[in-house]
Every structure is written in structure tokens, then in C-alpha cells.
Design a protein around this ligand. Sequence first.
Ligand code: GAP
Length: 429
Amino acid sequence: MEKIVSLCKRRGFIYPGSEIYGGLSGTWDYGPLGVELKNNIKQLWWRTFVQERDDMCGVDAAILMSPEVWKASGHVDGFQDPLVECAKCKRRFRADQVADTCPECGGKFGEVRQFNMMFKTQIGAAEGEGSISYLRPETAGGIFVNFKNIIDSFHPKLPFGIAQIGKAFRNEIAPRDFIFRVREMEQMEIEYFVRPQEWEQGFESWRNATRGFMESIGVPREHVHELEVAPEDRAHYSKRTIDFEFDFPFGRKELCGLAYRTDFDLSAHAKASGADLTYLDDATGERFTPHVIEPSFGVDRTVLALLASAYTEDELGGEPRTYLKFNSAVAPVKAAVFPLLKNKPELVAKAREVYLMLKKQIPQVMWDDNGNIGKRYRRQDEIGTPYCITIDFDTLGETASLKDTVTIRNRDTGEQERVSVDSLVSRIA
Ligand code: GAP
């Protein structure tokens, strides 16, 4: 794990939050390569689950919501973790993550207290109870409150789903394990509305879709395990939950989840707001409250699962190397373009021409002319670039039959091939 954290910082994937001020626990900043990786994941998710389907649409709701939302959803009363405080050093821990004595100083713990994990904030200039709001602890809330809007504007037929990608905040007692447990995270969530009697079918279909998505972006199936969550461990709104666990470097832990939320949320919001959140079935004339299947993905945990899956150490040409074996759909850089020598203007000019041609069609292409070719290869391997393209004297026509050809090197095998410049886009894309 330390190796992954160190690579992420060194190569510009992920930095500690507010680092120059000593850091802020539970926050991380994504650097230039991290943001590309994260965006690739989000775009693939959106494309798979929203754009390629006829039964889905998306929203991007406000993070700040009426506090009534979180009262109705049960989060104000029930979104809690058990907290213990050491009587000696005053450090606080999650009661279910420690033994009987303080792991720091061996002191005794006081009584277990319930700690609400929502971040409170204040809206407007006037202070007081009336101006309190919360940073959303799950993106789901923004979907439920827009259910009626979507019905009124689009008249979708059941079953249909609403998706959202966005930030969520939890005041975790013990943030840990790099970006695994953080206080500010990003979620990709779907609320899929079904007829009450069809929930099992919906659940199975989203179970398959969740497995399929993880595999499609490069999280190996053999490292993902499905855990049927016991009733006493389920969230207050769920009648069935499956946790998709992943073999992280620090153990098998939840990567994403699938829950059957019944009509809990729509009914609770209808009751609290007075809005009609029922659905009218045109065919039967029946009016009822739909039930909900919720696949919920954490973006940060997906990033970490991909980093852990891709991190590889091997030997190439008799030398040890470290590389990220990303599948090219998520790789932050799809290809790097080099002139063989930096001090030969004719090589540099031709390499720039190839680079700009590629960049127009594949924006995630990188230019690199620093150091010798071997060093450039190692640098690109370390950030997971699937292909390196070198422009050499043969590209310029030194050997007439090789004019306008380049070498393309495969990250995983280190093997090089000579291909025409014209074929590069289809090779890389
Ligand atoms: N709307 C349902 C919901 O929020 P959850 O199991 O509490 O359910 C869903 O969270 C996903 O969000 C988790 O599977 C995980 O990927 C991610 N997640 C939750 N808490 C997190 C945290 N503190 N840090 C990073 N990711 C987190």
C-alpha cells in the first residue's frame, strides 16, 4: 500500500489534502493524472448506465439541500457510528474498530456514544437552528427529491432509473487507508424505480450490471466478492443489501453496494413534504409508490481498486521495473509521443506533427522529450500509458520504404512494432 501511495504522490495522481498546512485528515487532492483517471471512470460509468440505456436519465442536484430532506430520510436520527473516547489521551475511535483499551496509550475507554456523521453547516447570515443545513451524506437524496420533477417533465414508464455523480461528505471518526475511507468523497449512484412485485428481478439485473461494470474497467472478477449483508448490519432503509467487496492491499473491504430501499424514501419524503410521489400506471389506472433498487459506487474506492489491481512489479530487459497495468479505457494517458532525439529539429518537428494530429482525435496523449528513450519508457510505464510512439530517422525517410512509419511500444511486453502514422489512431483508440 505504501508503494501505491508513494507512486500516486510522486507521479501526480493523488496528494494529501491541504498538504502545505500539514494536511487535513480524511481529505485528498487529485493531481493531473488522478483527475484524468477519475474522469475516465465517471465517463465510462455515465456512458454505460445512462447514455447507452433507454430506461435511465441523469441529474446533478445541489449538494446543499433543505435539512428537512435528511430528517425525512432518517439521517438526522440514524446516520451514526458508535464512538469511544480514551479517558487518558482523549483520542476518539470508532467503537467497532478497537479492542477494550486505547491502541495509542493503553488507556480505558468511556461509554460508547452515538456520533452523527453528517457535516452541519449554516445557510445565510443569520445564525441559529433555523439556518442549519447539512452537506449531503449520500447523493441519493438529490435523486429522490427530483423524482416528481422527472415524472412531470419526461413521463418515464416503470421500470426506470435516475443516476447522479457527485460529492458526498461524512464526518468519519477514523478516516484511513488512503482514499478508502475519506470525509469528502464522490459517489456514482442510481435509484432504479420498479413495481413493488418486480424488485427481485431488478435486484438481480443490477447485481449483474455491477459485476459487469467493474470487470469492464479492469477490476479483476476474482478479486471481487459478494457479501449478503445481515439484517442487523443493513442501513435503516434497506431490506436487502449486497456489498461488493474487493481484495484491497489492507484486506477484503466494501468497494460498492447494492440495496433494496423499498418505498422507504419516496414514502418518507411524500409524508414529510406533502408532495405526491406516487406513480400512475397508464395501462392499469393503478396509482402506487414505486420501490427502489440502488446500486451505489464510490468513485474514490473504484480509483483505489484500479490502482491496486494495476500496480505491477516485474523485470524487463534484465532490470526491475514498476508499472501500472491499466486497461486503456481508464488509463490517464492513452499514448506518449517522443522524438528519438531532442536536439534534432527535423525529428522534433515531425514528432510534433504526429503528436498534434493524434491529440486532435485522442486528447489524452502526452508529449515527452526529457532524458533518453529508456527513461521515457520507464516514466510512462509507471503512470500506466499503454503505448509509446517514437519518431526516428526512418519516419523522415532515411530508409525510403519506412517513411511515415513510427515505432509503437507495448507497455506490458516492452515489444516494439513499426507501423504507419496513418494507422496510429485506430491502434490507440
Ligand atoms: N446511497 C447509499 C450509500 O451511500 P454506502 O454503503 O454508505 O451507501 C456507498 O455508500 C458507497 O460509497 C460505498 O460502497 C463506498 O464505495 C462509498 N463510500 C462510503 N463511505 C465512504 C467513505 N467514507 N470514503 C470513501 N468512500 C465511501
